[in-house]
Design a protein around this ligand. Structure first.
Ligand SMILES: [Zn+2]
Length: 102
Protein backbone atom coordinates (compact mmCIF):
# COMPACT_ATOMS: atom_id res chain seq x y z
CA UNK A 1 0.00 0.00 0.00
CA UNK A 2 1.51 3.38 -0.91
CA UNK A 3 1.14 6.66 0.94
CA UNK A 4 -1.54 7.96 -1.42
CA UNK A 5 -3.72 4.94 -0.72
CA UNK A 6 -3.21 5.37 3.02
CA UNK A 7 -4.15 9.06 2.74
CA UNK A 8 -7.33 8.12 0.91
CA UNK A 9 -8.28 5.66 3.65
CA UNK A 10 -7.63 8.35 6.27
CA UNK A 11 -9.61 11.02 4.40
CA UNK A 12 -12.56 8.64 4.11
CA UNK A 13 -12.65 8.39 7.91
CA UNK A 14 -12.39 12.11 8.74
CA UNK A 15 -15.35 13.80 10.42
CA UNK A 16 -17.28 16.16 8.17
CA UNK A 17 -15.82 19.27 9.79
CA UNK A 18 -12.23 18.23 9.15
CA UNK A 19 -10.65 20.23 6.34
CA UNK A 20 -7.19 18.68 6.18
CA UNK A 21 -5.71 18.25 2.73
CA UNK A 22 -3.47 15.32 1.87
CA UNK A 23 0.08 16.39 1.01
CA UNK A 24 2.78 14.47 -0.74
CA UNK A 25 5.96 13.82 1.20
CA UNK A 26 9.09 15.88 1.15
CA UNK A 27 12.41 14.62 -0.05
CA UNK A 28 14.27 16.51 2.64
CA UNK A 29 12.57 15.27 5.75
CA UNK A 30 15.18 15.51 8.49
CA UNK A 31 12.73 14.48 11.18
CA UNK A 32 11.91 11.12 9.63
CA UNK A 33 12.55 8.09 11.79
CA UNK A 34 14.24 5.20 10.06
CA UNK A 35 11.79 2.33 9.72
CA UNK A 36 8.78 4.64 9.62
CA UNK A 37 7.05 6.43 6.83
CA UNK A 38 5.27 9.70 7.34
CA UNK A 39 1.87 10.62 6.00
CA UNK A 40 1.38 14.37 5.61
CA UNK A 41 -1.69 16.57 5.76
CA UNK A 42 -2.01 20.34 5.63
CA UNK A 43 -4.27 22.34 7.93
CA UNK A 44 -5.09 25.90 7.01
CA UNK A 45 -6.74 28.88 8.66
CA UNK A 46 -8.68 31.88 7.32
CA UNK A 47 -5.57 34.00 8.08
CA UNK A 48 -3.78 31.92 5.42
CA UNK A 49 -1.45 30.24 7.87
CA UNK A 50 -0.94 26.61 7.02
CA UNK A 51 0.44 23.92 9.23
CA UNK A 52 1.88 20.63 8.17
CA UNK A 53 0.56 17.73 10.20
CA UNK A 54 1.88 14.22 10.01
CA UNK A 55 1.46 10.74 11.38
CA UNK A 56 3.97 7.94 11.23
CA UNK A 57 3.42 4.34 10.28
CA UNK A 58 5.93 1.59 10.83
CA UNK A 59 7.36 0.33 7.55
CA UNK A 60 6.94 -3.28 8.53
CA UNK A 61 3.16 -3.09 8.85
CA UNK A 62 1.33 -5.05 6.17
CA UNK A 63 -1.82 -3.77 4.45
CA UNK A 64 -4.09 -5.47 6.95
CA UNK A 65 -2.26 -3.89 9.90
CA UNK A 66 -2.31 -0.49 8.21
CA UNK A 67 -6.08 -0.69 7.77
CA UNK A 68 -6.41 -1.66 11.42
CA UNK A 69 -4.34 1.39 12.39
CA UNK A 70 -6.36 3.92 10.35
CA UNK A 71 -8.81 4.90 13.14
CA UNK A 72 -5.97 5.83 15.50
CA UNK A 73 -4.18 7.79 12.74
CA UNK A 74 -7.43 9.66 12.02
CA UNK A 75 -7.83 10.43 15.69
CA UNK A 76 -4.26 11.78 15.95
CA UNK A 77 -4.70 14.01 12.89
CA UNK A 78 -8.05 15.32 14.08
CA UNK A 79 -6.50 16.15 17.43
CA UNK A 80 -3.63 18.01 15.72
CA UNK A 81 -6.11 19.92 13.57
CA UNK A 82 -8.19 20.90 16.61
CA UNK A 83 -5.06 22.21 18.35
CA UNK A 84 -4.21 24.28 15.26
CA UNK A 85 -7.74 25.70 15.04
CA UNK A 86 -7.80 26.56 18.73
CA UNK A 87 -4.80 28.86 18.37
CA UNK A 88 -5.68 32.44 17.60
CA UNK A 89 -4.42 34.08 14.44
CA UNK A 90 -1.79 36.09 16.29
CA UNK A 91 -0.20 32.79 17.28
CA UNK A 92 -0.60 31.56 13.71
CA UNK A 93 1.34 34.53 12.35
CA UNK A 94 4.12 33.91 14.89
CA UNK A 95 4.27 30.31 13.68
CA UNK A 96 4.66 31.58 10.12
CA UNK A 97 7.62 33.74 11.15
CA UNK A 98 9.13 30.79 13.00
CA UNK A 99 8.89 28.65 9.88
CA UNK A 100 10.45 31.22 7.60
CA UNK A 101 13.37 31.78 9.97
CA UNK A 102 14.35 28.14 9.55
ZN1 LIG B 1 -5.27 31.95 11.83
Amino acid sequence: MDNTQIQKLIVDEFSEDVTLRPMSGFKMDFSANPGFRKIFFAASCVCETSALLSVEISDDKDDHEIIAAIPSLVERLERQERAFKMMDCETHSKMMKGFSRD
